[in-house]
Design a protein around this ligand. Structure first.
Ligand code: UDP
Ligand code: MG
Length: 311
């Protein structure tokens, strides 16, 4: 059995075409495998759940997982992956930016023996220059900063085998960067290129602030490079301060003033501003990690299900 997991947050306009396209492609698959569609309703405030129930009245094999509130895309996806029972689990967005037709290739590769088949974005339609550019920089930054081999330009649209899903289920971290976690799992992984479509209906649920949080989560959960950068910054500024200190002491002792400024003022301001900046950056980076440790030790459940409906 295959499971198709789709997190939905206010996607009422996309439900019907989503089901239609998933059904179309899965019915055509060689061997006609059994499949379930696991929809996670991530606290939608529109008619998303009603639309899914309409589909459920017409067909079987749909699981609707209602979360107790909006938990965000990564946790909603996690809830779906935890609920899915298939031998392979396919995760995709519900706005039809990820064409369901690619599932055919996913399944073919999985049958060849791959554990993870991820979709690599060859092009992105209907997204702002800003989003495409920042995403592209982000993927390359993450890749350079982490020891895990996270593929560039791949989102969460992917197929995972049962053992990969089980590995994810054993990873209870709450600031989840799923695509990184899947890469970390290992086994045999392969990418297939695709062209990312425009959103079918509605607007993106990822405003800049969420994108930024997601990016920071991605980096901090897979890399301690920022902490090291803070130390380097500290070392550099200490070295500069040391050289400058020598200069100040020597010129004081010799009673000379080769740079010719009013003694005291400029140097004090520059040193205070520079060191203040360096310290704040250092504290900020520490704080990012500290906040995450705090979230982890509280040990709260990472999402809460209000009810699961099946057809
Ligand atoms: N999503 C979700 N919870 C959220 C935000 C988004 O379940 O808090 C879902 C959304 O409904 C969609 C997928 O995650 O199915 C990807 O979101 P979106 O298309 O807004 O992201 P983008 O493609 O703009 O990066
Ligand atoms: Mg989208």
């Amino acid at each position: 059995m295959l499971s198709v997991v789709v997190p939905l947050y206010n996607e009422e306009g996309n439900v019907a075409p989503l089901f239609e396209r998933i059904d179309n492609i899965l019915r055509r698959l060689p061997g006609a495998p059994h499949y379930e569609i696991v929809i996670v309703n991530d606290g939608s405030t529109d008619r998303t759940a009603e639309h899914v129930r309409d589909e459920m009245r017409r067909r079987s094999g749909v699981v609707l997982v209602n979360l107790s509130r909006n938990f965000g895309h990564q946790l909603a996806a996690t809830a779906g992956i935890d609920t899915a029972e298939g031998e392979a689990v396919i995760l995709m967005d519900g706005d039809l930016q990820d064409p369901p037709e690619l599932i055919e290739e996913f399944v073919a590769k999985w049958r060849e023996g791959y554990d993870v088949v991820y979709a690599v974005r060859r092009s992105r339609k209907g997204e702002s220059v800003f989003k495409v550019l920042t995403a592209s920089i982000f993927y390359r930054m993450v890749r350079r900063m982490t020891k895990v081999d996270i593929p560039v330009d791949a989102g969460d649209f992917r197929l995972m085998s049962r053992r990969v899903v089980d590995a994810l289920r054993r990873s209870p971290e709450r600031h989840r960067f799923l695509r990184g976690m899947v890469s970390w799992v290992g086994y045999r992984q392969i990418g297939v290129p695709y062209d990312r479509d425009e959103r079918h209906s509605g607007a993106s649920k990822y405003p800049i602030t969420k994108m930024l949080h997601f990016a920071i989560d991605g980096i901090t959960s897979f890399s301690d490079a920022p902490l090291r950068m803070a130390s380097y910054l500290g070392f550099c500024s200490s070295a500069i301060a040391f050289v400058y200190g020598l200069y100040v002491i020597v010129s004081k002792l010799l009673n000379v003033n080769p740079l010719g400024y009013t003694p005291g003022w400029a140097s004090t301001i520059v040193a205070v501003l520079f060191l203040g900046g360096v310290q704040l950056i250092g504290i900020g980076i520490l704080g990012e990690y500290l906040g995450r440790i705090y979230d982890e030790v509280k040990g709260r459940p990472i999402y809460l299900v209000s009810e699961i409906e099946r057809s």
